[in-house]
Each structure stands twice: as structure tokens, then as C-alpha cells.
Write a protein that binds this ligand. Structure first.
Ligand code: COA
Ligand code: MG
Length: 285
């Protein structure tokens, strides 16, 4: 369940070196964009991508889409200069790759004093240290890096993502314990709509706010799966009405569709309505 007013159903990666994609994204139905300087950019394109992205963010209009810049790691030759270039950019957050411990965030916090930090969760160490990473006061979001994690674990892709479950669960627990936004990893087969939908549904049912995406063709499915459905909104309204009616009769419990409704269900129902409102407001903006 989202803990913020801004929806993060669809979070689209764009390589910072791809001018056409940067331009196109101004009109795409993404809730958020990750402008990438890291792994989607070839080594000999790094400097060009940094300059192109900096100039693009100055002039382009991404509307209410949340703008996240993914910099190169501090252990690379580009990391520090990326941070210096984007510390005061027209962006909404800086995303650090391969965060393995809270000290990795501390090392860059002073270099980016004014923007919130997000962390790529994609190393074995990062999974084990998710709680201390999530507790860092400057962190507001986490992004699952499931491709890197698969590589580190030596695991194989399966449609049920068996090998990912421990890491996904640890990061989700950590993010929720500290009130962070958290989005799921990418689905690589960007032409496979059925597979994407199933993986979005799995991430949604686990509790993720949305999914990172690699291609515009994936936007519609992620937006639909992570939006409360009309039936869910209708049920939330009925639960709230039934609970309020029960309270008027001095009772703390109601029954809707043969299921018990307690105060905690009303909290969830109100979150569902708030999420639907945030999405409607975002669409109208
Ligand atoms: N964001 C915005 N626009 C994108 C896009 C993206 N991630 N990926 C493709 N597009 C645009 C293309 O520019 C093209 O626009 P046009 O037809 O109006 O000129 C259109 O969508 C269709 O693209 P298509 O030809 O189907 O894709 P491609 O073969 O050029 O590229 C990928 C496929 C996967 C290489 C590309 O989508 C991509 O680079 N994705 C992001 C990868 C990434 O950032 N990875 C890092 C994190 S995992
Ligand atoms: Mg990665």
C-alpha cells in the first residue's frame, strides 16, 4: 500500500544517453522516471549521457512525473562527478546503485544535501542489511534490482521468482518499517504481456507500490495492476459505511459479504480510497 500521495505504479527506466527516449517520456503515462547513468549507459557514453541528461532536465517538462536520477556508484570513475552534476538538478530524488550498507548512503549524503536519496537493493549484503539501510534518515525510497541480485545469488529465473522471495520480503519489511516507498524489479521480456501482468500482480499482492519498467509498452499493464479496481473501491466504501453503522450501535465489528470488518480493515479501506484519489489527481494534472 502506498504511504505517499504520489503514485508509483509505473517507474520507467530511460538510459540517460537516449535523446529520443528522453523526449518521448514527457508524454508517456509513467508515474515516475528513472533517468539512468549507470548500467544502461555504455562506458564510452558516460560523459555524454551526464551532459545530455543535465541539459534535458533543465529544459524538458516531465509534468508531475517523479524524476529520479540513477548515478554511477562511488566506486567507479564517474560516481562523484555524477553526484556533483545532479546534486542541485531539477530532480525529485537521487538513486544510488548497489547499496549494501547504511554507510554507503552516509558517504554520499553530504554531497547531495537537498535531494532525497533512494537506494537500489540488489546485492546479497544489501538484502541482509535492508533494515539499517531503510533506517537512514535521508532515504525515502527503495528500488529492487532483481537482475543484479539474480547474478549475485547464482540463481535462475522462474515465473514464481522463488529465488527472489527472501530478498523481496526483507526489503519490503524494511521499507514498511520505516515508511518508505518501494518498487519491484523489472520484467526483462518486454514483449511478453502475460508474464508481465503475472509478475506485476505478484509484486502488488506482496505489497510493492509499483514496478520498474524498461519499455513504454509495459506502462499500461503496470498502471492497471497497481491501481485499486472499481470493485475494490466499491468494497472499501461499503466496509466504511458498514463499520460506521456498527459503531452507531455501539459495536466495534461489522460484517460485509460474510467477512468480518474491524478497525484495521477500515484503515486499509481508507488507504485504498486515498490511493485511488492520488491516482485520479495525478491523471488530472
Ligand atoms: N523510455 C522511453 N522511451 C522508450 C524506452 C524507454 N525506456 N524504450 C524505448 N522507447 C521508445 C523508443 O525511443 C521508440 O520511440 P519512437 O518509436 O517514438 O522513436 C519507441 O519507444 C519504441 O521503442 P522500440 O524500438 O520498441 O525499443 P528499442 O528496440 O529501441 O529498445 C530497449 C529496446 C529495451 C533497448 C529500450 O527499451 C531500453 O533501452 N530500455 C531501457 C533499458 C534500461 O534503462 N535498463 C536499465 C535498468 S534495467
Ligand atoms: Mg543493477
Amino acid at each position: 500500500m502506498a504511504h505517499q500521495a504520489h503514485p508509483f505504479r509505473s517507474v520507467l527506466y530511460i538510459p540517460g544517453s537516449k535523446e529520443r527516449a528522453l523526449e518521448k517520456a514527457q508524454g508517456l503515462a509513467a508515474d515516475a522516471i528513472i533517468f539512468d547513468l549507470e548500467d544502461a549507459v555504455a562506458h564510452d557514453e558516460k560523459i555524454h549521457a551526464r551532459e545530455l541528461l543535465k541539459a534535458t532536465l533543465e529544459t524538458a517538462d516531465y509534468g508531475h512525473r517523479f524524476r529520479i536520477v540513477r548515478v554511477n556508484g562511488m566506486d567507479t570513475e564517474w560516481g562523484r562527478a555524477d553526484l556533483e552534476a545532479f546534486a542541485e538538478a531539477k530532480a525529485d530524488a537521487i538513486l544510488l546503485p548497489k547499496v549494501s550498507r547504511a554507510a554507503d548512503l552516509e558517504a554520499v549524503a553530504a554531497l547531495v544535501p537537498d535531494l532525497p536519496l533512494w537506494a537500489m537493493m540488489e546485492t546479497a549484503q544489501g538484502m541482509l542489511n535492508a533494515a539499517e539501510i531503510a533506517a537512514h534518515p535521508r532515504l525515502t525510497g527503495m528500488v529492487m534490482g532483481t537482475n543484479d541480485l539474480t547474478k549475485e545469488l547464482g540463481s535462475r529465473y522462474r515465473p514464481d521468482r522463488l529465488a527472489m522471495q527472501a530478498g523481496l520480503g526483507l526489503c519490503l519489511l524494511a521499507a514498511r518499517a520505516h515508511g518508505l516507498t518501494i518498487v519491484d524489479g523489472v520484467y526483462n521480456a518486454f514483449k511478453d504481456e502475460e508474464g508481465l501482468r503475472a509478475e506485476c500482480e505478484q509484486g502488488r499482492d506482496m505489497g510493492f507500490d509499483g514496478k520498474t519498467l524498461i519499455h513504454p509498452a509495459q506502462l499500461e499493464i503496470a498502471n492497471a495492476v497497481f491501481s485499486p479496481s472499481p470493485a475494490e473501491i466499491e468494497l472499501a466504501n461499503r466496509q466504511i459505511a458498514a463499520f460506521e453503522e456498527a459503531e452507531r450501535h455501539g459495536q466495534g465489528v461489522a460484517v460485509v459479504d460474510g467477512k468480518i470488518v474491524e478497525n484495521l480493515h477500515i484503515v486499509t479501506a481508507r488507504q485504498t480510497l486515498a490511493k485511488a484519489e492520488a491516482i485520479a489527481a495525478f491523471r488530472a494534472s
